[in-house]
Design a protein. Structure first.
Lengths: 113, 113
């Protein structure tokens, strides 16, 4: 099993450009999450999807949209990138109902100029 | 709102020293508690977790944590650290009945050989 995979690994954008970060898991997990990691701020939840067909906002949803394409895939879209969105983005998934162990992907480093 | 506090942002220890990293959370209800570790250049992985039962939880690589409900704390300990424990450590909380996880800001541990 590959676990949780993310693409791309690294991306540079100019202010105002858009992009989609892709995440897929092969563990048949129900819940999927997007976090951003910034120095001194830990991981902050952007959006999550408790199950296929549902999405909910986390702590810092502004400037982002998500799509739970199917059970395996959960994408994060930046419609108009801003320098404040420079960060490392992690996708995670959780299997066993509420409050199971989260499995993280390798991350996407995004630089917005 | 729920929050997680990790008071030690940077810790430097020599090999064989004992480690204790603090984690406090703010929530009055039933919680699930986690410690994750992020080794340099790698993604987060679970060290240990507490759901119920014995408040002293043992995890991988000799780590343990104690849940003290009256103090809203879940401190991470290791009797003797190794150079390979150099990493960033995150405490996380989820509350029963939700799918959301709240992470602390992290503690960077550097172990000197």
């Amino acid at each position: 099993n590959a676990g949780v995979t993310q693409t791309p690994k690294f991306q540079v954008l100019k202010t105002g450009q858009s992009m989609t970060l892709q995440c897929a898991q092969d563990m048949n997990h129900n819940s999927m999450y997007w976090y951003r990691q910034d120095p001194g701020m830990g991981l902050r939840l952007i959006y999550y999807s408790a199950s296929e067909g549902t999405t909910d906002k986390g702590e810092v949803p502004n400037g982002y949209n998500v799509s739970r394409l199917n059970k395996r895939e959960f994408s994060l879209r930046l419609e108009s990138a801003a320098p404040s969105q420079t960060s490392v983005y992690f996708c995670a998934s959780t299997g066993s109902g509420v409050a199971g162990t989260q499995y993280f992907g390798p991350g996407t480093r995004l630089l917005v100029l | 709102a729920q929050s997680v506090s990790q008071h030690n942002h940077h810790v430097i220890l020599s090999e064989a020293a004992s480690l204790e990293l603090g984690c406090n959370y703010s929530y009055g209800g039933t919680v699930n508690l986690f410690w994750y570790v992020q080794y340099p250049g790698q993604h987060l992985q679970l060290l240990l977790k507490y759901f119920s039962g014995d408040p002293l939880v043992k995890g991988i690589k000799g780590f343990e944590a104690e849940f003290i409900k009256s103090k809203f704390s879940f401190n991470l300990r290791k009797p003797s650290v190794q150079w390979s424990d150099t990493a960033e450590y995150f405490c996380a909380v989820s509350t029963s009945g939700t799918y959301k996880y709240i992470f602390g800001t992290g503690t960077r541990l550097k172990v000197l050989a």
